[in-house]
Design a protein around this ligand. Structure first.
Ligand code: ADP
Length: 509
C-alpha cells in the first residue's frame, strides 16, 4: 500500500501538467511540483490559498461563475471548450494561455475539484498563425478572382477590335495566301477567347459565386441547342454529329447544364479526327444517363485518373490540341454543383465515352417534354439589309464594328454615348436594328435603352446586345425584349451577322 502511495506521489510530482485540487470553498488543498515551473510558486505556498491567486483579476468574476456551475453539475470536462480565451496568472504577475481539465472528486460527502493545467501558448500561437494564413489565402483568392475579372474585361475590348478588323480585312483581300493567314489569325483570336472564358468560368465556379437555379429543362431543347452550336464545326471537320434525344425533362440549372454538355461535346469533336460524335440520352430505374461518345483518339488508361484535374492535358503524340486543360475541371465542378456524376471511359485509337449520370430526383414529369421543334429561322432569305444604330462607348470597338457592318452592306449610324444615341434614335424607323453595348454607362444598360424605346414607339425594337460578360453569364439573363440577342465580346463575326439577319427578317416594317 505504501509502495502504491509512493508511486502515485511520484506520478503527481512529475506530471507535465500542473495539478491543483480545490475544495468547495475554492481554496487550494493540493498542488504538485509542476506548479513551480508553470506558476512560479512552491507547492506548499499555495496550500490553503484561494484559487483566485492563479487567475488574472479581470477573469475572476467570470471564473467564479464557471466554478459555481461546475459545482452544481460536476463531471470530467475540458474547461473553456466554449471560452476561447483562458489565461492563468503567474507569481510574477505575467499571464499565460492555459488549457485546463477538471475532474470532480467526492470524499466523505465533500466535493473537491482536481484541475490539470498546461501552458497552451504555443498551440494558441500556431492556431493564430493558421487563422492568419487562412485569411491571407482567402484574400489572395479574392485578389486572383478580381484580377481575372478585370484582366478579362480589359482584354475583351481590344480582342473585339482585332476580331472585327480581321473579318473586315477578309473582305478586301482576294489573294488566297493572305486570306489563309487572316483565317489563321481569326482562329488564334477565337482560341484566346475560349481560354479567357475558361479561366474566368473556373475561377467563378471555385469561388463559390455560382448558385444553381433550377427550372424545368427539356433535354431535347438542350440537345437541339448543342446541335446548332456544333454542327458547322462538325461539318468542317468531316465528323458525323449524331444527336439522339428523348422526351425527358429535368429540374436543373439550364445554363450550367448546357455548359457541362458543351464542354463534353467540344472535347469529343476536338479529339476526333474521323468518324462520329454521338450525344444520346437514356433512362433506367436509377435515373437519366446522357452519353457523349466519340470515335476519336481516346485516352490512355493510366491518364484517365488525372484528366479532371485543372490544367491537366494528355499530350497525345506530342500534339496539344487547342485547349488549356480546364474543360473537364469545369465539367467536374459543374456536375458537383448540380448533384450529377460524370464517368469517362476510353480506349486509345477507338474512342471515348463520357457519361453524365443524373439521379431520378432531378427528373420531372412535365408537359414540356420537347421543343416545338421550330423550323430553322429563314433569315438567309432576308436579302434586305437593315439599317443599324450602333451604340458603343469604346472608340476602338465602335470604329471597327462600324467598318465591319458597313462592309457587310448595312447603313450604320453610330453613337458614343447614351445621349448621342437618344438623338439618333429620334429618327428611328421601323425595320431598324439597334446594336448596343450592355454596360453603357453607370446608369444605363443597352437593355434599358431598348426598353425605353419600346415604351416610346409601342413595339419591340430588335436589338443585339454586346457584352463583356461571360457567355455562361449572358445565357442566364432573361430579356423582357423578345427580339433581342445577347452576344459575348469578342463576338464571333458570323454570329453577329446571323443575329442581325434573323432580327431584320422578323422586324416590323
Ligand atoms: P483541354 O482543354 O486540353 O481539352 P480538358 O480538361 O477538357 O482540357 O481535357 C483534359 C484532357 O483530357 C485533354 O487534354 C485530352 O487529352 C483529354 N480528353 C478529354 N476529352 C477527350 C476525348 N473526348 N477524347 C480524347 N481525349 C480527351
Amino acid at each position: 500500500m505504501d509502495e502504491l502511495r509512493e508511486i502515485t506521489q511520484h506520478l503527481l510530482r512529475f506530471s507535465p501538467d500542473a495539478l491543483v485540487v480545490i475544495d468547495d470553498a475554492n481554496r487550494i488543498r493540493f498542488a504538485n511540483e509542476t506548479v513551480k515551473e508553470l506558476f512560479g510558486y512552491a507547492p506548499e505556498d499555495l496550500i490553503g490559498k484561494p484559487l483566485d491567486l492563479l487567475i488574472p483579476e479581470r477573469l475572476r468574476a467570470h471564473h467564479g461563475k464557471h466554478t459555481a456551475s461546475f459545482m452544481r453539475s460536476p463531471n470530467n470536462r475540458e474547461m473553456g471548450a466554449r471560452i476561447a480565451d483562458l489565461f492563468a496568472l503567474r507569481a510574477d504577475g505575467s499571464e499565460f494561455s492555459a488549457g485546463i481539465r477538471l475532474a470532480p472528486i467526492r470524499i466523505g460527502g465533500r466535493l473537491f475539484v482536481a484541475a490539470a493545467i498546461r501552458d497552451t501558448t504555443e498551440r494558441r500561437l500556431a492556431s493564430e498563425e493558421l487563422i492568419a494564413a487562412r485569411k491571407e489565402a482567402d484574400r489572395a483568392n479574392r485578389a486572383k478572382s478580381r484580377f481575372l475579372a478585370t484582366a478579362s474585361h480589359d482584354l475583351r475590348q481590344p480582342m473585339q477590335t482585332i476580331q472585327l478588323l480581321n473579318a473586315s480585312m477578309m473582305k478586301f483581300v482576294p489573294e488566297p495566301q493572305v486570306r489563309e493567314l487572316l483565317q489563321q489569325q481569326g482562329q488564334a483570336i477565337e482560341s484566346m477567347t475560349r481560354l479567357l472564358n475558361a479561366l474566368l468560368d473556373i475561377s467563378r465556379l471555385e469561388s463559390g459565386a455560382i448558385e444553381p437555379v433550377s427550372v424545368e429543362v427539356p433535354v431535347a431543347d438542350v440537345f437541339e441547342e448543342l446541335r446548332t452550336e456544333f454542327s458547322s464545326l462538325a461539318r468542317a471537320r468531316g465528323i458525323d454529329l449524331r444527336v439522339e434525344s428523348q422526351r425527358v425533362v429535368l429540374s436543373t440549372d439550364r445554363t450550367l447544364f448546357y455548359q457541362l454538355l458543351q464542354n463534353l461535346v467540344g472535347n469529343a469533336l476536338k479529339y476526333t479526327d474521323h468518324g462520329w460524335v454521338r450525344i444520346r440520352c437514356s433512362t433506367d430505374a436509377e435515373g437519366v444517363t446522357i452519353a457523349v461518345e466519340d470515335s476519336g483518339i481516346g485516352i490512355p488508361a493510366d491518364k484517365l485518373e488525372r484528366i479532371f484535374d485543372e490544367y491537366y492535358q494528355v499530350d497525345t503524340h506530342g500534339t496539344k490540341r487547342m485547349g488549356v486543360g480546364l474543360g473537364l475541371a469545369i465539367v467536374k465542378e459543374v456536375a458537383r454543383l448540380l448533384g450529377f456524376s460524370v464517368k469517362i471511359q476510353s480506349t486509345v485509337g477507338q474512342g471515348t465515352q463520357a457519361q453524365l449520370l443524373i439521379p431520378n430526383k432531378f427528373r420531372v414529369a412535365s408537359a414540356l417534354a420537347t421543343t416545338e421543334s421550330a423550323a430553322a429561322p429563314t433569315h438567309a432569305a432576308a436579302l434586305h439589309k437593315a439599317r443599324l444604330i450602333l451604340v458603343e462607348d469604346n472608340d476602338g470597338v465602335r470604329v471597327a464594328t462600324e467598318l465591319f457592318l458597313k462592309l457587310e452592306g448595312h447603313e450604320t449610324l453610330s453613337a458614343r454615348t447614351v445621349a448621342e444615341a437618344e438623338v439618333l434614335l429620334e429618327g428611328l424607323a421601323p425595320g431598324d436594328v439597334v446594336i448596343a453595348d450592355y454596360h453603357l454607362d453607370g446608369r444605363n444598360t443597352g437593355l434599358d435603352l431598348l426598353l425605353r424605346l419600346r415604351e416610346r414607339v409601342g413595339y419591340d425594337v430588335p436589338g443585339v446586345i454586346l457584352s463583356g460578360d461571360l457567355p455562361s453569364v449572358l445565357r442566364s439573363i432573361k430579356s423582357p425584349v423578345v427580339a433581342c440577342h445577347f452576344l459575348s465580346k469578342p463576338v464571333n463575326t458570323a454570329a453577329l451577322v446571323d443575329a442581325i439577319a434573323e432580327l431584320s427578317a422578323t422586324a416590323p416594317g
